[in-house]
Design a protein around this ligand. Structure first.
Ligand SMILES: Cc1cc2nc3c(=O)[nH]c(=O)nc-3n(C[C@H](O)[C@H](O)[C@H](O)COP(=O)(O)OP(=O)(O)OC[C@H]3O[C@@H](n4cnc5c(N)ncnc54)[C@H](O)[C@@H]3O)c2cc1C
Ligand SMILES: NC(=O)c1ccc[n+]([C@@H]2O[C@H](COP(=O)([O-])OP(=O)(O)OC[C@H]3O[C@@H](n4cnc5c(N)ncnc54)[C@H](OP(=O)(O)O)[C@@H]3O)[C@@H](O)[C@H]2O)c1
Length: 387
């Protein structure tokens, strides 16, 4: 993001449609360089925004696309990059290059693109075939992106503005607040996953992490953001209430925010029990110093699960089961339970483990356990922030 693009802030009015442009003030890799994984720790400066966030909230960040990918599309289109196009969603005009860099989801191709291919096009029959059934369409759209569509079907008889209108928007990415404003003031820490995956015969990089680490200059670059509050994922009102925090991988982000907040409130009240980890202890023990320091001071009870340090997998729920009796005791003492991170596998399996513990340690029946956790959820004692 160039400084000239940055609009004057309007305190109190920042939103998804009107993001605040925060300076990236810090970025570091959380993993050891030899790790099989990459997660970034970033700090954004909110000075001048008037934004007040609570722990448990997230920030929506607007990334920009990879310039090499944009150039590859421009090359395939063979159109002047400075050609002015209209962005129907944001109701403004900008150059084709800026539109592709900032406004378009380059990973997405839809039936709207395919419908642009007119009957006189030499490959129209092929397109008709793709559009003929849901399965054919899904098979095409799930294995192609905008560049491959252009390479497959673009020709100058097609209308550029129609192509722009058919594109899906580049959506904001959400990141859990990993700091307490009581501690860091006008800043916010976030934990951002950085990864790559094979797609359409190429190696694709995660959009947001690549934008941050490859194209943002620390202390200079501005990142568009807005706050997304989550009142359903908040700490207990009473600081003496115990908390059980479960979050492997990036799930640790929100829980670090919770712990900083609890420490700032009063480190002596309530118990804090954290279940976290990732692949390997030697390379993926995030915020190690901070967590061990908290453990040493007695502020934190720490249970670690590193999944790839032994023969079979060892996950946070295995640690929970290992400490089932004590965990059940905490829950009965009124502890609030928080699960954060991967929705597809981790959150489901952790919830199952809690049910098992209720059955075995609490002697509850299946139905009683279901009711028990339903009741906890209703009373905001069992909260999830999963994605
Ligand atoms: C409320 C909320 C809070 C969130 N908090 C965090 C957070 O604290 N930290 C965080 O990193 N993410 C968080 N996410 C997910 C985040 O918003 C992005 O979806 C994620 O970082 C990928 O964005 P990207 O632009 O880098 O990747 P993209 O380039 O958009 O990723 C493309 C593909 O990669 C896959 N993918 C997504 N994440 C990963 C991953 N970690 N490893 C491998 N493949 C992946 C997706 O299935 C997708 O198909 C949160 C999401 C929500 C809704
Ligand atoms: N599309 C993809 O290919 C892909 C891949 C990873 C993550 N993601 C997405 O990335 C986000 C989360 O990433 P993340 O870094 O926080 O987490 P993550 O990459 O899913 O894994 C973090 C830790 O959790 C472990 N884990 C895996 N399955 C688990 C389970 N069923 N129960 C408990 N722990 C489990 C992992 O072990 P192991 O890895 O050793 O099994 C690892 O140690 C989510 O949105 C997720 O959907 C997508």
């Amino acid at each position: 993001m160039e400084k000239s693009d940055v609009k004057e802030p309007l305190p109190g009015l920042y939103s998804r449609k009107r993001p605040f442009y925060a300076t990236l003030s810090h970025l570091r890799l959380l993993n050891h360089p030899l790790s099989t994984k990459e997660n970034l720790h970033i700090t954004l400066d909110l000075e001048g925004s008037g934004i007040e966030y609570s722990v448990g909230s997230s920030f929506g960040l607007y990334p920009e696309n990879c310039p090499q990918k944009v150039e590859a599309i421009l090359l395939a289109l063979q159109i002047d990059p400075n050609h002015i196009v209209y962005d129907k969603r944001n109701e403004g005009s900008l150059t084709l290059r800026a539109f592709l860099a900032k406004k378009v989801n380059l990973q997405s191709v839809t039936s709207a693109h395919l419908n642009l291919v007119i009957p006189s096009h030499s490959r129209h029959a092929e397109v008709k075939q793709i559009l003929s059934t849901k399965e054919e369409l899904l098979s095409y759209t799930s294995s192609r992106d905008l560049l491959s569509f252009i390479q497959d079907f673009w020709n100058p008889s097609l209308e550029l503005q129609h192509l722009c209108d058919a594109c899906s928007p580049l959506l904001p990415r959400y990141y859990s607040v990993a700091s307490s404003q009581k501690l860091v003031g006008n800043k916010v820490d976030l934990m951002v996953a950085s990864f790559s995956y094979p797609f359409a015969g190429r190696e694709e990089k995660s959009v947001t992490a690549s934008f941050l680490k490859e194209r943002c200059a620390i202390g200079q670059s501005k990142v568009g953001l807005f706050l997304m509050e989550n009142p359903h994922f908040s700490l207990p009102m009473d600081r003496r209430t115990k908390v059980i925090l479960i979050g492997p991988g990036t799930g640790l982000a929100a829980l670090r925010g919770f712990l900083q907040e609890r420490e700032m409130q009063d480190p002596l009240t309530g118990g804090n029990w954290l279940f976290t980890g990732d692949r390997n202890r030697s390379t993926d023990f995030y915020y190690q110093e901070e967590l061990l320091e908290w453990e040493k001071s007695g502020f934190l009870k720490l249970s670690l699960a590193f999944s790839r340090d032994q023969e079979g997998k060892h996950y946070v729920q295995d640690e929970m089961k290992k400490h089932a009796a004590e965990l059940w005791h905490w829950i009965n003492e009124g502890a609030h339970i928080y699960i954060c991170g991967d929705a597809k596998r981790m959150a489901r399996d952790v919830t199952l483990a809690l049910h098992e513990i209720a059955l075995e340690e609490g002697g509850l029946s299946e139905d009683e356990a279901k009711n028990f956790f339903r009741h906890l959820k209703k009373g905001k004692r069992f909260c999830q922030d999963v994605y």
